[in-house]
Design a protein around this ligand. Structure first.
Ligand SMILES: Cc1cc2nc3c(=O)[nH]c(=O)nc-3n(C[C@H](O)[C@H](O)[C@H](O)COP(=O)(O)OP(=O)(O)OC[C@H]3O[C@@H](n4cnc5c(N)ncnc54)[C@H](O)[C@@H]3O)c2cc1C
Length: 405
């Protein structure tokens, strides 16, 4: 077991932190109020190599390990959940899924421009009537010669108006066959019959773009089927192993931001003749944040290490995602409480933290779904069977070649 970060990982953390301090922090309150952000952020992240941080160099990425992705997510969410969410869908849910399941042609055509940040990827699983219950989806893809004809609707899709490529899940078989009849497709925004629309009035992640996708007789070439027909549900779940990892890492960054804001306010604000940090009940909230921060980090980096070794990590990632997001939601609530009435205004960032901390408890498996998963693993009702394609283990020599440059 090794609990130390490498020199490259430390450099990556400080580069991401500097980026957040310079490019996000000064503007985020305004973006959050206006419900938008500067789209140039993504090209700036790409310039730093962060849009493909853990994608191998041969596919246009930076070739760093999976825990380096966690570091980027932590630091981005310290700035705002919006930008970590974008990286979660672009890298975790989309690019890593292409890396795991794509053919060489698909990797060249879609993964490579995504890893360099030239194109943005997103993930369309949820529908108006199908969230946790994925098999309740209504979207269909009917085979027609060299194409599939895609019809249906997705909702709550992050980067719906921003992304160039979408992974879309649809029934290619009978709905009565449930999970076994779902397939995955790579869909381009520019294709006829595709449209998207943002959801307005969101509770949090207001600087980010989330909304609906519509498919009206979209012609998807058969080469854009990802994996085999009927493998879509497995692909979606494998994608979530990576997406959830990034959400968990982001939650660590959210707790970090709550701690920073709270510690500063504890020294600034005085009641009954002393700093509020001297009151034991305030200390209890700080202590809980610290405990949540340290425990979540360990869970995240353990899951990342399993990914680096090429080992199945569904169980560990689910635990990390569930616990880290719950801790972050609690930390944001406590940070708000520590700020008293001032937490209620946008003079301090904590009300934004509290609003932002709610979505991660819902997306990529709700708190309840992860609770059930963990209980079922322990009770022996659930076990993970080998998949036909695995996420490539991280090769140490990749980093060696990077440092020799
Ligand atoms: C900001 C944001 C961004 C998102 N981005 C994306 C995206 O990019 N791509 C995408 O595909 N989706 C995305 N989602 C959708 C998200 O993944 C779903 O909201 C999530 O899977 C839950 O589905 P649902 O909202 O339909 O809730 P439901 O599944 O309807 O659940 C409602 C409630 O019932 C509980 N529940 C459901 N089933 C059970 C059960 N078996 N046992 C106990 N309790 C249960 C749930 O935990 C929840 O509390 C996003 C959501 C948000 C809020």
């Amino acid at each position: 077991m090794n609990f130390n970060f490498t020199q490259e990982q430390e450099l990556l953390r400080s580069a991401t932190r500097n980026f957040v301090d310079k490019e996000i922090m000064p503007y985020i309150e305004e973006w959050d109020r206006e419900g938008q952000s500067d789209p140039a952020i993504y090209s700036k992240l790409a310039e730093l190599g962060l849009m493909g941080v853990c994608i191998p160099e041969q596919y246009g990425g930076s070739g760093m390990d999976y825990n380096s992705l966690a570091i980027v997510c932590e630091e981005l969410e310290r700035g705002d959940t919006t930008f970590r969410t974008a990286v979660s869908v672009h890298i975790g849910l989309n690019s890593m899924t292409l890396l795991q399941w794509g053919t060489e042609e698909q990797k060249q055509k879609y993964l490579t421009p995504q890893a360099s940040g030239e194109k943005i990827g997103a993930f369309g699983l949820t529908e108006p009537g199908a969230g946790s219950d994925v098999a309740a989806m209504q979207t269909t893809a009917k085979k027609d010669g060299d194409h599939y004809i895609l019809n249906g609707q997705k909702t709550w899709i992050s980067l719906c108006d921003v992304a160039d490529h979408f992974l879309v899940f649809a029934y290619t078989g009978e709905q009565s066959e449930k999970h076994k009849a779902i397939s995955a497709f790579i869909v381009e925004r520019t294709w006829e019959g595709f449209s998207s629309k943002a959801i307005k009035g969101k509770h949090g992640i207001r600087a980010g773009n989330t909304g609906e996708l519509f498919f009206e007789d979209v012609k998807v070439p058969k080469e854009n089927l990802l994996g085999e027909e009927g493998e879509g549900f497995k692909i979606a779940m494998a994608a979530l192993d990576n997406g959830r990892f990034t959400v968990a890492a982001g939650a660590v960054g959210q707790i970090m931001a709550c701690l920073e804001a709270s510690v500063s306010y504890c020294h600034e604000r005085k009641t009954f003749g002393k700093e509020i940090g001297r009151h034991q009940l305030v200390q209890q909230m700080i202590a809980k944040m610290e405990a949540g921060y340290q425990m979540s980090r360990l869970l995240v980096y353990r899951a990342g290490e399993l990914k680096n070794e090429g080992k199945r990590n569904t169980r560990e990632t689910s635990l990390a995602k569930w616990q880290a997001c719950d801790f972050a939601n609690q930390a944001a609530d406590d940070a708000f409480q520590i700020h008293g009435a001032y937490g209620y205004s946008d003079q301090y960032p904590v009300s934004r933290f509290l609003r932002n901390s709610k979505a991660p408890v819902i997306y990529e498996g709700t708190r309840e779904i992860h609770t059930i998963m963990q209980a079922e693993y322990v009770l022996g009702y659930k076990e993970d069977k080998p998949l036909s394609k695995t996420l490539p283990a991280w090769q140490e020599e990749t980093i060696a070649s990077l440092t020799n440059k």
